[in-house]
Design a protein. Structure first.
Length: 198
């Protein structure tokens, strides 16, 4: 076992937690929200995919504006919900950044790093063993859903329960992983289309 950023990480999990990962405390979000997807603004997906206004790809995406708008709304609902439950805004952002890095999307990871910094949640040096175990279980499950989703079984859900997660937080974690991995695939697809049209 090693202790990193206030979290005990079993050797099996030694995939390097986010550089900025901290065990994140009060649930609040400080600072203005990014303007992604607001009227006249690009969505985060378009920005991360490098879609430039006026290009054929931008015109094609304009015909799918509703899908992009709904994707942006899903981002806000999953990352910045009014009631985050047992998975705080900062922890959600840290996990999303980790998932983006695991999918080779460093710019998207930087976006989530910034959300984590803006969360205002600070590292607590006095973290209980129970909380360390809970966060380690969350990270393990997020990694599984990102890297080997087909390997997930009922036993993995039971491991989350044993670590102290209730059903609502298990669902919240699954929603977060599903959204970020969907977002990554859309961005990669659009990047590929953009390169093909050059």
């Amino acid at each position: 076992m090693q202790i990193k950023y206030g979290v005990v990480i079993p050797k099996a999990l030694n995939l390097t937690l986010l550089n900025e990962y901290a065990l994140l405390m009060p649930n609040r979000y400080n600072g203005a929200l990014p303007s992604w997807g607001r009227r006249g603004c690009m969505t985060l997906i378009e920005h991360m995919a490098g879609i430039r206004p006026g290009t054929p790809l931008a015109q094609a995406m304009a015909a799918r504006a509703e899908i992009l708008r709904l994707s942006q709304a899903a981002h806000d609902a999953v990352l910045l919900p009014k009631k985050p439950g047992g998975i705080s805004h900062g922890l959600r952002a840290a996990l999303a950044a980790r998932m983006a890095r695991q999918n080779a999307q460093p710019r998207l990871a930087e976006h989530y790093d910034e959300l984590m910094r803006r969360s205002g949640e600070m590292q607590d040096s006095d973290v209980s063993l129970r909380e360390q175990t809970r966060v380690a279980a969350i990270v393990t499950h997020a990694d599984l859903l990102t890297l080997r989703p087909r390997d997930a079984t009922r036993n993995d859900i039971e491991a989350l329960r044993r670590a102290g997660l209730g059903e609502p937080d298990i669902v919240r974690l699954a929603e977060l992983a599903a959204f970020v991995n969907y977002q990554v695939r859309v961005i990669k697809g659009l990047q590929g289309l953009g390169e093909a049209k050059r």
